[in-house]
Design a protein around this ligand. Structure first.
Ligand code: URA
Length: 256
């Protein structure tokens, strides 16, 4: 019997073997890396636009890996359609720019809650509604970071709709940041916001509003202000560490 496929991801419940857990990287190229890291037998399912999916197993439990693409709009489609398919636990595995000077490249950041600068999550819940991670997912990420001996930080993430002005970057085409965002790096630092990324506010708001579980871990690939450029070496360091911790955390989550 053929089961119905969701429109953008091109997946059905049958394709995903009724998986209840998903890893969510932003980058489609990171999907295979994650899937092969936890299951060398994992299989490619489909790629449509920015959405690439692989299915593998941890201890015989089916685990999906699906890319969200960059930013809130594409993330909202992935999260909505995965929820329609029966996914109950979402773990974002991303990269990030550190705001807090105490954070180093290669460290990982476990998001407790996100500043909703995504411009998308307000289509799912009013702006007063918090974008918070599920405590079980935070707990699993902390335990797995300790086990992996990778330096980690737990706290608030600024989740921006844009990479350039919303993260107060001046190395853009216009070299100009509108007044609304001028000084935002310092302001977030003073408010103890740890880092920037672009998908967690959408994911965390939607999952809470749907009564589902979600969390976010990101690997630091640059220190904002100090080193604006993201080098290949730094990207690889951040990616390697975040994948290792996320897989260990998933092993804990599937046991709960
Ligand atoms: N992702 C972001 O959104 N910002 C960074 O600086 C690095 C990764």
């Amino acid at each position: 019997m053929k089961t119905k496929s969701v429109y953008h991801l091109g997946l059905s419940k049958k394709d995903i073997e009724s998986a209840k857990f998903v890893f969510l990287p932003g980058d489609p190229a990171r999907v295979e890396k994650i899937a092969k890291s936890f299951d060398s037998q994992s299989k490619f399912l489909i790629q449509k636009r920015e959405y690439c999916s692989y299915l593998g197993k941890i201890n015989n439990v089916p685990i999906l890996v699906t890319s969200t693409g960059i930013g809130g709009a594409s993330t909202s489609i992935a999260v909505d359609e995965l929820s329609q398919l029966g996914i109950k636990t979402f773990l974002r595995v991303g990269t990030t720019g550190a705001i807090s000077p105490k954070i180093e490249i290669g460290d990982v950041i476990i998001t407790t809650g996100s500043v909703r600068l995504d411009g998308v999550s307000n289509h799912y819940a009013p702006i007063e509604y918090p974008a918070v991670s599920c405590y079980e997912v935070i707990d699993a990420l902390v335990k797995s970071s300790i086990k992996s001996k990778i330096k980690f930080h737990v706290g608030i993430t600024a989740s921006s709709a844009t990479f350039y002005p919303g993260q107060e970057r001046y190395d853009s085409y216009s070299k100009y940041v509108i007044r609304n965002f001028q000084g935002s790096n310092l302001e977030w630092e003073k408010l103890n916001v740890l880092n920037y990324e672009m998908e967690s506010a959408t994911l965390l708001t939607m999952a809470s509003a749907f009564g589902l579980k979600a969390g976010c871990i990101t690997g630091v690939v640059n220190k904002r202000v100090k080193s604006e450029k993201i080098t290949k070496k730094h990207l690889e360091m951040g990616e390697k560490n975040v994948i290792e911790v996320a897989i260990e955390a998933m092993k804990i989550l599937i046991k709960n």
